[in-house]
Design a protein around this ligand. Structure first.
Ligand code: C2E
Ligand code: CA
Ligand code: CA
Ligand code: CA
Length: 277
């Protein structure tokens, strides 16, 4: 019976989806990478569309491989979320982003902010406020220089627990951006309850703006909505000057995209700041 059991196990094991094995291996590698300090933060400038000045940067996770390639950050985040490792990874990101931003400010760019992506899981844990406070204290960064990017899926989960954490973080002076706006939910009632300062128009609406007229009314409406709620708008994924000009005409406040820069290592971002001065 024992041998049979083992055979059965092996049967299932061999029949197991290869993708699952790959994910298991990747998770183990993510654990090791975190331990061995292999993760990096890259920074993509956020540009003010009126003056073309650099407002700050969004921190984006990168995991460089020995062959010079990168593992897809979305895959890393997804696995980290499902395994709970996002808590440890997320606090590393907060810590690193705050100290990099503090450094830029010290180097003569006191108005440059940093934006950090947060996973909804980080809110469920209950220790987020403490993690953020620790990152600010260790780095010496002012809370006003930190922006947290939140997804609609978190905000729609209108639980008191989440609301209270957002309120406490907001009271510190931290600001919030609603990420990937327009891709999540049609129920916008969360916009009333929650005090965000900006709204990021998802790049799926921006990428075809200059080639097809289909998305123009939508982007126009989102910008109007944001204005009426006194939120600033940030367009994601701007890749060409035609889109840039259209966004300026539509009254969009800020933008990010390859037109200006992809996400780059911290040392390169400060060079970018220096040459834009
Ligand atoms: P996101 O927050 O929506 O980030 C924007 C994504 O668009 C980034 O992909 C960025 O590299 C890419 N992008 C920027 N400009 C352009 C452009 O002009 N054209 C195009 N086609 N793409 C552009 P990335 O770095 O692969 O990140 C993917 C997602 O992974 C992010 O989407 C975010 O949801 C997640 N992520 C990345 N870093 C972190 C992190 O530290 N914590 C958490 N929780 N999530 C993260
Ligand atoms: Ca983001
Ligand atoms: Ca986004
Ligand atoms: Ca996205």
């Amino acid at each position: 019976a024992k041998a049979e059991g083992r055979n059965t196990w092996r049967f299932y094991n061999e029949a197991m989806d290869q993708a699952n094995t790959d994910k298991f291996n990747l998770l183990q590698r993510i654990r090791d990478a975190l331990k061995n300090n292999e993760f990096k933060l890259y920074y993509q400038p956020k540009i003010c569309l009126k003056q073309e000045a650099v407002l700050g940067a969004e921190a984006l996770l990168r995991w460089p491989q020995p062959d010079g390639s990168f593992i897809n950050p979305a895959d890393v985040i997804e696995l980290a979320e499902r395994s709970g490792l996002i808590l440890e990874l997320g606090s590393w990101v907060l810590q690193q982003a705050c100290s990099d931003c503090q450094y830029w400010q010290q180097q003569g760019f006191p108005a440059v902010k940093v934006a950090v992506n947060l996973s909804p899981i980080q809110f469920r844990d209950g220790r987020l406020e403490q993690t953020v406070l620790t990152a600010l204290r260790h780095s010496g960064l002012a809370p006003e220089a930190l922006e947290l990017e939140l997804t609609e899926s978190l905000l729609i989960d209108n639980s008191d627990f989440v609301q209270q954490q957002l309120a406490r973080l907001g009271a510190l002076g931290i600001t919030f951006a609603i990420d990937d706006f327009g891709t999540g939910y049609s129920n916008l009632s969360y916009l009333r309850q929650f005090n965000a300062s900006s709204l990021k128009v998802d790049k799926s609406f921006i990428s075809s703006l200059s080639v097809s007229l289909r998305d123009e009314p939508l982007v126009r409406a989102i910008i109007q909505l944001a204005k009426s709620l006194e939120l600033t708008t940030v367009a994601e994924g701007v890749e060409d000057t035609a889109t840039f000009t259209m966004l300026q005409q539509l009254g969009c406040d800020a933008a990010q995209g390859y037109l200006w820069s992809p996400a780059v290592p911290a040392e390169q971002f400060i060079q970018y700041l220096q040459c834009k001065r």
